[in-house]
Design a protein around this ligand. Structure first.
Ligand code: NCD
Length: 311
C-alpha cells in the first residue's frame, strides 16, 4: 500500500494488521531511548492547511520515534500566504525527496490530489468533511484496548455529523470492526442518506442513547458552517449535548478533540472516569507510527530495497 487516503482502503484485515503493530510500538515510549531505527534517514513532511494540535504533534512524534527526519509546514507563515498553490507547494516539498507527506486541508479530495503530484507516500490527516483515516484507526485502537473486540457493540456517534470527517471515517471503521453504529444529531446536521451510505442507523433525538455501549461526541464544526444549521448553540446543547444526566453509569464516552465543553459535551463527562479522550490522544502516537511503518518500512525506493530494522 502506497498511500492512506481513506479507511475503506484498509478493510478489517488492514485495520487489524496496523493496530497489532501499533500495540507493539506502544512500549517504545517507556524505553530509556524512546526510538526505534525503522525509518532512519527517511524524511517525513507534515503539511497542515488547517488548525491542529493533536494530529500534527502526534505525527511529528511518531516520525521521530521511528528515527525519521521531520519537517512541519503550516499554511500560515509559509509561502501559501504569498499565494503559492497547493500544486506548487507540493512540487517544492517533493524536491526534498520526502518518503511521506502528511497533509491536512480544508477541501475534500485534497489528499487525493496531492498523491498525484508527488512521488512520496501520502497520508490524509483530514480533508474537509471527507475523511480522517488515522483518527478512525486510533479510535478503534483505543476501544479495542478498553473493551476488546467491537463485534456486536452499539456505538452512537452524536452531533455535527454533516461537517465531520471524523464521523465518516470513524463510523466506517467501527462498522468494519463489527460494531453497530448509530449516527445521531439534529436533522439539519444529518445529511440525507448518510446512514445508508455508511451502513449505520440514524437517530434525530437522544431518547434511546441508553442503547449505546459507547457514545462518541463530535465537535460542532463552526468553521465549516454556513449559517442556519442550528438555531443556537444553547438550543443545540439542550437537546444533544452528551451530559452526565443523559448517560448510564457504565457507558463510555469518546471525543476526537478539540472539545467545546458545555456545547457538545459536558465538562463533567470530559473529566469523568468514563471518558476515553486522554487514551485517544495517547493512542495517536503508536497508531501513526504503525501507519508510517506500514507505508514506508521495507518499501522499494528508487529501485533499491531499503534495509529496515523492525522494532
Ligand atoms: C478533528 C479534525 O480535525 O477533524 N480533530 C482531530 O483531528 N483530533 C475533529 C475536529 O476538529 O472537530
Amino acid at each position: 500500500m502506497k498511500h492512506l487516503l481513506g479507511i475503506e482502503e484498509l478493510g478489517r484485515e488492514g485495520i487489524e494488521r496496523i493496530l497489532d503493530r501499533a500495540e507493539s510500538f506502544e512500549g517504545v515510549a517507556s524505553r530509556d531511548i524512546q526510538k526505534v531505527p525503522a525509518l532512519r534517514g527517511r524524511l517525513i513532511v507534515n503539511l497542515f492547511y488547517e488548525a491542529s494540535t493533536r494530529t500534527t504533534s502526534s505525527f511529528e512524534l511518531a516520525a521521530k520515534r521511528l528515527s525519521a527526519d521531520v519537517i512541519s509546514v503550516r499554511s500560515s507563515g509559509s509561502s501559501v500566504e504569498k499565494g503559492e498553490s497547493l500544486k506548487d507547494t507540493i512540487a517544492t516539498l517533493d524536491a526534498y525527496e520526502p518518503a511521506a507527506i502528511v497533509v491536512r486541508h480544508p477541501r475534500a479530495g485534497a489528499a487525493h490530489l496531492v498523491s498525484k503530484w508527488t512521488r512520496a507516500s501520502v497520508i490524509n490527516a483530514g480533508d474537509g468533511a471527507h475523511a480522517h483515516p488515522t483518527q478512525a484507526l486510533l479510535d478503534v485502537h483505543t476501544l479495542r484496548g478498553r473493551i476488546g473486540a467491537l463485534d456486536g457493540r452499539n456505538i452512537w456517534i452524536v452531533g455535527d455529523i454533516s461537517h465531520s470527517r471524523v464521523a465518516r471515517s470513524t463510523a466506517k471503521a467501527f462498522s468494519l470492526m463489527g460494531a453497530r453504529v448509530t449516527l445521531a444529531g439534529p436533522p439539519t446536521l444529518l445529511p440525507p442518506g448518510i446512514g445508508v451510505a455508511l451502513g449505520c442507523e440514524e437517530a434525530t433525538t437522544l431518547a434511546k442513547i441508553g442503547d449505546a455501549d459507547i457514545v462518541y461526541a463530535l465537535r460542532m464544526q463552526h468553521e465549516r458552517m454556513t449559517g442556519g444549521d442550528i438555531p443556537s448553540l444553547a438550543e443545540y446543547s439542550t437537546h444533544y449535548a452528551v451530559t452526565e444526566a443523559r448517560l448510564r453509569p457504565d457507558q463510555l464516552v469518546m471525543h476526537p478533540g478539540p472539545v467545546n465543553r458545555g456545547v457538545e459535551i459536558g465538562g463533567d463527562v470530559v473529566d469523568s472516569g468514563r471518558s476515553l479522550i486522554a487514551q485517544q490522544v495517547a493512542a495517536g502516537v503508536a497508531v501513526r507510527m504503525a501507519v508510517l511503518y506500514e507505508l514506508l518500512a521495507g518499501a522499494e525506493k528508487d529501485g533499491r530495497m531499503r534495509e529496515v530494522t523492525a522494532a
